[in-house]
Design a protein around this ligand. Structure first.
Ligand SMILES: [Zn+2]
Length: 61
């Protein structure tokens, strides 16, 4: 589930980017994070929060 990006033949129309998700990586990580929170999986929620921090540093700094 970590490499799901840009697999669509029509990325501009198919990739749903929310106003708070500036890139596909952010959107994917946020989706995992919110799913984890929704499921009550705190460990995974924390892990995805850490992943988000790493992603922000790696891709947006
Ligand atoms: Zn990003």
């Amino acid at each position: 589930m970590t490499n799901v990006q840009f697999n669509s033949p029509l990325p501009e129309e198919s990739v749903a980017v929310s106003p708070s998700a500036p890139c596909a990586g952010c959107a994917e990580i946020k989706a995992k994070h919110y799913a984890s929170v929704r499921d009550g999986n705190r460990k995974k929620a924390e892990a995805t929060a850490v992943a988000m921090g790493r992603h922000l540093r790696a891709a947006h700094s």
